[in-house]
Design a protein around this ligand. Structure first.
Ligand SMILES: Cc1ncc(COP(=O)(O)O)c(C=O)c1O
Length: 434
């Protein structure tokens, strides 16, 4: 029997690509708005939105227009020269978010690295910390990307193990714990506090109301920079343009990425005022592609779409419906549901361990034939988060577990109420089938 197009594509990736991801067995060929189509022509709701890089939906016409127009004119000049787009983007984004300056990069983790470097420069040049003594506080359960420095202060064994030695100068405290911050910040060498206003990869961990505002206040009182990683939570996802807006906090350093380019090319940005940003001088930091004209034009369009189509407001309104509906599902597999805006998670209870087997919910190993392309149910009872996601896929909705037992639901913010209700129907029917 000849192989399906999907099988062929999956096997090819598996054969020639590094095994650093373990995708759901669906091969996507086309995307438009909230939908994607696989190579067999089957249509799905995209409920992951490329980890919130597609807040504006797939191939948004306005963003694509900006992309196509600029792509035919000028894509890259390097920062050895000026280009006629970067200044326009810089003015636009700084006014949009209320900062003096922006430093554009590409991937999210480069934005994080930039913020950390900026914080250290500021520590030595402005705060007066002695050379090489600066410390930055981070939170347990964080996810800020994949560089050696950043995985060095992760507590996720998969992200961290066997990548040492790690970068020094970070203090990890429990997330959502003001007392821990209050204690750690007493150290006069602390220069910054890096935090996700909601921890996305950890499983949409929403801190207590007031945590972000209290943390910001503490930082301000101690002359410590409050650095918000809004790469996943920002740009409308949680029902405000920035998640920090829920608590009226204006971070000293703001990191954006993902949806900043509406899912086209990697664009990240770090925003700060002159007092901080001008600590970095020519030659001290940069990136070949950072601030390229294509990124500049696409990002302006991506931000305009968020603003003009009121996507944060849509996320706020529809997010309430999504959360309430998910909470209303009664099933013994569901441990809990949480979220804010169109950023929700369902925690699936660990199934009982198979007789004589391991107690893991499922094997997500890239070496496992089940997940290298077969898409069969998990080996441990068929009731794990991965099994729910595989069933959702069959029913036309794409989502993927994070941390093996948590399903994140994060559709594009352009989703309509009617579409959302259809998706909720799919989720309800799928859960009921277990
Ligand atoms: C909060 C947060 N920070 C940083 C990153 C890293 O972004 P990138 O994968 O573009 O490097 C991510 C990616 O998921 C993220 O969610």
């Amino acid at each position: 029997m000849s192989k399906s197009k999907s099988q062929e594509a999956i096997e090819r990736e598996h054969r020639y690509g590094a095994h650093n991801y373990d995708p759901i067995p669906v091969v996507i060929e086309r995307g438009e708005g909230v939908f994607v189509w696989d190579v067999q022509g089957k249509k799905y709701y995209d409920f992951l939105s490329a980890y919130s890089a597609l807040n504006q939906g797939h191939c948004h016409p306005k963003i694509m227009k900006a992309f196509m127009e600029q792509a035919q004119k000028l894509t890259l000049t390097s920062r050895a020269f000026y280009n006629d787009c970067l200044g326009e983007f810089e003015e636009f984004i700084t006014k949009f978010f209320g900062y003096d300056k922006v430093l554009p990069m590409n991937t999210g983790v480069e934005g994080v690295e930039t913020a950390l470097k900026l914080c250290r420069k500021w520590a030595y040049q402005k705060k007066g910390i002695l050379a090489d003594k600066a410390k930055i506080i981070v939170c347990g359960g964080n996810f800020h990307g994949r560089t050696i420095t950043v995985v060095g202060f992760s507590c996720d064994a998969d992200a961290k193990n066997d990548f040492g030695p790690y970068t020094q100068g970070f203090i990890s405290i429990p997330y959502n714990n003001i007392d821990a911050l209050e204690k750690a910040i007493e150290d006069a060498n602390v220069a910054g506090f890096l935090v996700e206003p909601i921890q996305g990869e950890a499983g949409v961990i929403v801190p207590d109301e007031g945590y972000i505002a209290k943390a910001y206040k503490l930082c301000k009182a101690k002359n410590v920079l409050f650095i918000a990683d809004e790469i996943q939570t920002g740009l409308g996802r949680t029902g405000k343009m920035l998640c920090c807006d829920h608590e009226n906090v204006h971070p000293h350093i703001l990191i954006l990425g993902k949806a900043l380019s509406g899912g086209t090319i990697p664009v990240s940005a770090v925003l700060a005022d002159d007092e901080i940003m001008l600590c970095i001088k020519p030659g001290e930091h940069g990136s070949t592609y950072g601030g390229n004209p294509l990124a500049a034009k696409v990002s302006i369009a991506a931000l305009e779409v968020l603003r003009d189509e009121h996507l944060p407001e849509n996320a706020e309104r529809l997010g309430k419906i999504l959360l309430n509906e998910l909470k209303s599902i009664k099933h013994d597999m569901i441990q809990l549901v949480r979220g804010k805006g169109l950023f929700c998670a369902m925690v699936i209870k660990a199934p009982p361990p198979p007789k004589g087997g391991s107690s893991r919910v499922t094997s997500l190993s890239a070496e496992s034939p089940s997940f290298g392309g077969g898409g069969e149910a998990s080996p441990s009872g068929g009731r794990g988060a991965i099994d729910v996601c595989l069933a959702l896929k069959e029913n036309g909705l794409l989502a993927k577990p994070t941390h093996k037992d948590i399903i994140r639901f994060a559709p594009p913010l352009i989703i309509t109420e009617e579409q959302l209700m259809e998706c909720i129907g799919i989720i309800k029917r799928t859960i009921a089938s277990f």
